[in-house]
Write a new protein. Structure first.
Length: 421
């Protein structure tokens, strides 16, 4: 329990891992990140994230790993004092503009909402036309999570339990020390070397810059904006279900600052370098086409807010695997290297459980077959990955010429050479 464990990344996966390891009795854990928690570039540094089981939960059924980890996570969101205050089980409605989109979610126990009137019964704040909308009301345990506060809570608990953190140039890891079938340690931007018995790679969309994943992972950007509402307007949203139209977008009840977050749905952006790897472009700006899509979504749902000025814009990055399954395993060629990645835009809800599965790997337990190293899945990959909306294609940001930000609400170009944080 005293051998050094190095956790690379202090975001969703890294904090969950460090917390569970420390709770399990490991006493020599160091967690590295360029930025203090919550990192300004972490996808989890957000006021709200969806939590949904993805169907009707039946506890009597044997669950595949992708469902079982959700079961484990739901239980912990509801009971673990680190996470429970940040869990809001208000319900979830999965919607679309065509039956084909929502039909996979229709199952015994789900409520099919075949008309806009039935949807508006659950969400009277929807004053727009909702043209051709239909939906499915799923589990009452679904809802939303205050992501940023959950990260902070996990970080503070890690500190209490003795986890060491390195930030800044000491926390920014630039390379892994690979030797004789092992990863002996890591090198930070400061030039300092840290040696470890076990190395756990949880670096989110930046992970491909540290290790060759053989095209299994692709950093992908999605866009969001916030508008300001009055306190009286915010009260109307309190406790309402989260609604997501898979072809249009989604929103949450306003946060503690009376800001309403809106996201447009589309297959995502990539930012390819000369080697064909997608490298995250961390900017507090969104393409003009995304801003237009967000305003169109508001006109369709809540037209009274459609011309409110944006008070926040952001392109948020996740790490897609080809089959949208996690990569959570030992590396086949480096026995002491554990990989924890492939969130695929679905995994903040898994935060309380991720660390338990990683800790099992540290203990020497066999991993989950579906989450093992699998470069064969990258062949002929479909980068849309069953995502809908927008123009129906994944776009390279280098082809996007016009952007909108709070600092400059008029369409403008992005200086790619100087945009990274």
């Amino acid at each position: 329990m005293e051998k050094p464990i190095l956790v690379i990344g202090a975001g969703t996966f890294g904090l969950s891992t460090a917390l569970e390891l420390s709770r399990s009795g490991y006493r020599n854990i160091t967690c590295f990140d360029k930025y203090p928690v919550p990192s300004p570039i972490a996808a989890g540094n957000d006021s709200n994230k969806i939590i949904n089981y993805g169907g009707i939960y039946n506890p009597s059924e044997t669950q595949p790993p992708s469902k079982q980890i959700k079961v484990d996570a739901f239980k912990l969101w509801a009971s673990d004092p680190v996470y429970k205050p940040h869990y809001h089980p208000v319900g979830f409605i999965y919607a679309g503009c065509s039956y084909d989109v929502i039909s996979p979610r229709i199952s015994p126990g789900a409520e099919y909402l075949e008309s806009t009137e039935k949807i508006k019964r659950y969400l009277p704040v929807l004053t727009g036309p909702l043209t051709n909308w239909q939906g499915v009301k799923l589990n009452d345990m679904d809802g939303w999570l205050h992501a940023r506060n959950a990260l902070i809570s996990a970080f503070e608990e890690c500190q209490k339990l003795g986890v060491k953190f390195k930030f800044g140039t000491e926390g920014e890891i630039t390379s892994l020390l690979q030797q004789d079938g092992r990863v002996e340690g890591v090198v930070s931007k400061s030039g300092k070397t840290y040696l470890g018995d076990t190395i756990i790679l949880c670096a989110g969309p930046n992970v491909v810059s540290l290790f060759d994943f053989e095209s299994q992972l692709q950093a992908k950007g999605f866009t969001l904006a916030h508008i300001k509402v009055t306190t009286e307007e915010a009260k109307k949203f309190k406790g309402l279900p989260v609604i997501m139209n898979a072809e249009r977008g989604f929103f949450f009840e306003p946060d503690e600052n009376d800001e309403l977050k809106i996201c447009n749905e589309f297959p995502g952006y990539i930012n390819l370098n000369s080697e064909g790897e997608s490298i995250p472009l961390f900017v507090n700006a969104i393409p003009t086409e995304s801003a237009d899509a967000i305003r169109e979504f508001l006109r369709e749902t809540m037209p009274e807010f459609s011309e409110r000025p944006f008070v926040k814009t952001r392109t948020c990055w996740c790490t897609d695997s080809p089959d949208r399954q996690l990569i959570l395993s030992h590396h086949p060629d480096f026995g002491n290297l554990i990989l924890a990645s492939g969130d695929s835009g679905l995994s903040f809800m898994l935060m309380p459980a991720i660390g338990k599965y990683v800790t099992n790997l540290v203990k020497g337990e066999p991993g989950i077959k579906e989450w093992k190293w699998r470069p064969e899945t990258s062949l002929n990959r479909d980068d849309k990955q069953n995502r809908h909306g927008g123009d129906g294609v994944v776009k390279d940001l280098k082809d996007i010429k016009q952007w909108v930000s709070i600092e400059n609400s008029l369409p403008h170009a992005i200086d790619f050479a100087n945009a990274k944080m």
